[in-house]
Design a binder for this molecule. Structure first.
Ligand code: NDP
Ligand code: OXD
Length: 309
């Protein structure tokens, strides 16, 4: 069995380690970094590949995406009939819960203000806030969103969640569809975005949706930069309708030096680190799915290109 690996972007330096560890997990496989002109592989593992790599995978039994989001891959032309399989959790749900919990508590407990005060040498106690006034709405109740929703609820916040199809989650009020989004936003002060980027979700955090949120709102975007309309977010901060935002993802990454987000102290910026692919667990999951496919069994995490995730 031949497995071809092709990594772009921040994954590029990890290629040789993946080759070594995937070989350890599947000793019968011949694993290598892809080069143009290579013999066709049985399986491909990739992140942000060049188009030529995908065109060379027409005989593959599956193409594994080394991350949860497949928007980068689906922008390219895929080899017809080759299923795309994404990573499911592998530890990213816990990382997301840590990140979102931190951003939420930092804002709710006003550490953002206390950091600014400390930098200016000021000792000023602010009035404590009540969790009841900070209902949280999670957009996307998939593998990551559902875990984050439960962990935020366990911190004592009121949590609602939104998905494309109706979902049930203990302790979380759930909504779906367009009207469901409006209903959720009307009752939400802190929005957490954990949606996949698809034609339906691009620009979802725009003037129309932000203005439906409760006043003094806060946005935590850990999904994709293109979910946010940058100008509308900045306008809502200027008007005071939004109190701030924590953003991990951006339309252009790295965020360009002149981008106005850098200048706004109400925006906390991190460089796409809210959940990084944990290599060992990811390799274990991919190897496990290859074994199942070889044994003629079903696997989960198969992407529906028409749906976009
Ligand atoms: P899933 O596919 O498991 O979940 C997606 C969720 O979004 C589902 O609940 C789905 O609804 C919902 N959804 C999709 N389209 C719509 C729509 N049009 N309207 C309403 N709800 C919709 O994905 P994951 O939880 O694994 O990952 C989510 C995203 O997180 C990834 O696509 C990626 O972009 C991002 N991510 C970011 C990382 C980072 O470091 N910043 C790291 C990892 C992931 P339904 O349940 O009905 O299918
Ligand atoms: C992912 C990511 O989608 O790292 O896994 O953004």
């Amino acid at each position: 069995m031949k497995i071809s690996i092709c990594f772009g972007g921040m994954f590029t330096p990890q290629g040789p380690t993946w080759v070594a560890e995937l070989t350890q997990a599947l000793p019968q496989a011949e694993v290598g970094i892809w080069h143009p002109g290579d013999k066709p592989a049985d399986y491909a593992v990739t992140w942000l590949p060049p188009q030529a790599f995908l065109e060379a995978q027409s005989e593959a039994k599956a193409l594994f995406n080394a991350g949860a989001g497949v928007d980068g891959l689906l922008k390219l032309r895929l080899a017809p009939g080759v299923p795309v399989i994404r990573l499911e959790d592998v530890g990213m749900a816990e990382q997301m819960a840590d990140y979102v919990g931190h951003a939420l508590l930092r804002h709710f407990r006003q550490f953002d203000h206390y950091e600014a005060q400390a930098a200016a040498g000021q000792w000023r106690q602010r009035l404590a806030q009540d969790k009841v006034d900070f209902p949280v709405g999670i957009l996307g109740l998939g593998v990551l969103g559902a875990h984050v929703a439960k962990s935020i609820a366990a911190l004592g916040f009121t949590v609602a969640g939104w998905s494309r199809t109706p979902r049930h989650l203990d302790g979380v009020a759930t909504f779906s569809g367009k009207q469901g989004l409006d209903d959720l936003l009307a009752a939400t002060r802190v929005v957490v975005c954990l949606l996949p980027l698809t034609p339906d979700t691009e620009g979802i955090l725009c003037a129309r949706t932000i203005e439906r949120m409760r006043a003094g709102g806060y946005i935590i975007n850990v999904a994709r930069g293109a979910h946010v309309v940058d100008e509308d977010l900045l306008a809502a901060l200027s008007s005071g309708h939004l109190a701030g935002a924590t953003l991990d993802v951006f339309r252009e990454e790295p965020l360009p030096p002149g981008h106005p987000f850098w200048q706004d102290r109400r925006i906390t910026i991190t460089p796409h680190v809210s959940a990084s692919t944990p290599r060992r667990a990811a390799i274990e999951q991919i190897a496990g799915k290859i074994r199942r496919i070889e044994a003629g069994l079903e696997v989960t995490g198969v992407v529906d290109p028409a749906r976009g995730y």
